[in-house]
Design a protein around this ligand. Sequence first.
Ligand code: AMP
Ligand code: GLY
Length: 424
Amino acid sequence: MKILVIGSGGREYAIGLALSKDPAVEKIWFAPGNGATDTLGENLSLAEYEELAAFAKEKGIDLTIVGPEAPLVGGIVDVFEKEGLTIFGPSAQAAQLEGSKIFMKNFLARHNIPTARYLETDSVDKAERFIESLEAPIVVKADGLCAGKGVIIAPTKDEAKEAARGMLSGEAFGEAGSRIVVEEFLDGYELSVFAVCDGKEYVVLPAAQDHKRLLDGDRGPNTGGMGAYAPTPLIDETLYGKLDERVIRPTLAGMEKEGMPFKGVLFIGVMVVGGEPYILEYNVRFGDPECEVLMPLLKSPASELFYKAATGRLSEARIAFHDRYAVGVVMASKNYPYKSSEPAEIIVDDIHHEDLAANSYIAYAGVSRGDDGKLYATGGRVLVCVGLGDSIREARDRAYMLVGQVHFAGKQCRTDIAYQALQE
Ligand code: AMP
Ligand code: GLY
């Protein structure tokens, strides 16, 4: 099978690595890929959807997998499908679940799916009145895509009003903030639940937990995610059952009924409050860094999961996961998440420890290959050190052992990934 992977992050590297180990996969292309994906396949500099579709046709690519949300919301799946190509990901219409917070919240309301109480509005007055009716802290969200920055958790009503005014004036996020969602704050713990969907059927992957804040103990600014682990013990059969019955099934049935069957990865951001699941958000793609810990847990061939889902035949697929744990620690550059950093050469020590070599890997993300052939840290989140083990503790220890082998100027990482699973 010839496969094209769209994207350039650690998520796409992890998908590519899983595919590269799959005997059914003949060749992988990445568009655009990064400075390390060229060790797994070939990087392409094409960016226009039509150009990519023409390339896929010309090369006889059997399957295209889309990593990030922007091309999905931008309609890449529609362009490929119009050309009769097989592509894994939702249509632009279905991708509104992530592309518009208002679409998502109204969809949840229409289908009685539990979520925080909210108001959607483009009026400062209405936003302020609703803010007055809530207890602080209060959450204010820009409607459109803001690269993970469009959510403000305001500690006081005044700050919530200020955030709402900033967004609605267009100052904070431009057009993406011209409509907003104001909602009540949910106090609980967060889970990342992924369902791979083919439009009708779905497979739920082991639940993961991300660590969004920059610093240990969940302090500091929000980031794209500083580390993840899976499966998390913070979910049990009862909670899986509630999610299945109250969230995943009604979502897929609702999308189908509304004429936009969901195909691809439904990423459900769940807040668990008093044992009950509430939906914080939907994303229409794998989480990053969650994908980097989920891919090595997949026991069955990666190509089968994606291909069967893309062709509406998930019920025929034999999907299995290793009975193990994975912990991923993000190593970020010096100024992340505030501003970019000087490129820094990455040096990875030789790993002599057999046990570590066999049970860990590096998912490369914000890296470029220099003219000197060396690898440089050029992005915010540079790479993810992933450890595998028979317990979360063992996986965590291996991930941090690997972190100790990786060097670049200004590197930073959290030291407490998976702490919620290792308490007591
Ligand atoms: P979102 O992009 O909507 O997931 O929001 C980003 C992050 O903000 C989430 O991962 C949560 O940590 C936090 N968040 C969003 N909405 C709420 C809420 N209603 N209550 C508490 N935290 C929230
Ligand atoms: N790790 C969270 C995300 O990918 O949105």
